[in-house]
Design a protein around this ligand. Sequence first.
Ligand code: PEP
Ligand code: CO
Length: 442
Amino acid sequence: MLSEDPRQSWRRFPALQQPTYPDEQALRTVVADLEQRPPLVFAGEVDKLKSQIAEAGRGEAFVLMGGDCAETFAESTADHVRLKIQTILQMAIVLTYAGGIPVVKIGRMAGQYAKPRSSDVEVRDGITLPSYRGDSVNSHEFTESARVPDPTRLLGAYTRSGTTFNLIRAFTQGGYADLREVHAWNRGFTSNPAYKKFEQLAAQIDHALRFMKACGVDFDALQYVDFYSAHEALLLEYEAALTRVDSRTNDLYNTSAHMVWIGERTRDPNGAHVELLSKVKNPIGIKIGANARPDDIFALLDKLNPNGEEGRISLITRMGAANIRERLPHLVEAVKADGRPITWLTDPMHGNTITSGGYKTRRFDTILDEVRGFFEVHREAGTVPGGIHVELTGDDVTEVIGGSEPICEADLGSRYETLVDPRLNHQQSLEMAFQVASLLNG
Ligand code: PEP
Ligand code: CO
């Protein structure tokens, strides 16, 4: 009997949240094409990220993951991508300088084009159509032709991921992210408290750099920043087509992103998503909601990290501010007793979504409260709060209520642009970084 290709074993397991394509042959043609396309990331980069995530698990670094809930093809432009990279880099500077810890920078970018949905269909004014599942599946427009899943969109997702990666590499390896440029990044209105604080911090960094220059320090290393990408590994045909054998080691890597995560809805240990990711070497994130039990986590670890490799698994808790102090402690204690290393991250967004004036939104204060709860629980247990996972954009949108220059409920309509979940805007992201930096010091 021929042995099974490990990239295909997931087909024998139940696969949730997959689009139903009307034309199977068209899908097979696209997948065959994708299988021939170059990898988007390389095994050496993936291994390097894994070792940095391991450091975060030990408290020697801090992970900052951020980006859109759903990237869109329309916003994969140079300006949108640059502002997002810049926002994450600014947050990282705040965390590194004010929090005093190296920051592992990961964009929810260059591949975050597919969304799990609570319903397969959306009903508006008596009309029922397939739900929007992200630009790699269908279009957001509420018409029959836009909503039918189209496999050629997978090629669009690959291409846009590639061009986004190209910008990420250019900005972070080409001198743009040089620490000596931090002052220049502070755009916007410096009367805003978050910008003002950043301006002060940039002045301090300038001062320190001038001192070091006077001492004859070599600054070449400042020109380069490691910036990684991650997305939810949701569409199995796409993820499998980009799973490749590393010629150095014969190991399999998912080459669509450095890190991929499994969502709260698709993390069944006996499901297809976990099966596919059990075959690859990448660092894996797993979303953990308020109802997770220790046994759920152990079953996932048995399958995804039986030998307890450090940096392999990040548990991304998204429990809601109202639940985290009650629900997280017993999981943390159980995982501590198990002994296999985990990097704990907080996603303070997905357990705190509310509706206001017809808009899906979140409150900045509630988001921050979940982050605080996360730090409190880990400090109490003697475990490590290893990082934060947030939905943000570099644009001045009005999707999340609150912040240091507050957005109120009546403002939501003025620039509400997300197609799925509400994101921190640029100043709210900076404010979040200052708040987290003070928790890191605390
Ligand atoms: C997300 O990160 O956008 C998401 C859908 O999260 P979760 O799986 O935790 O609900
Ligand atoms: Co989301």
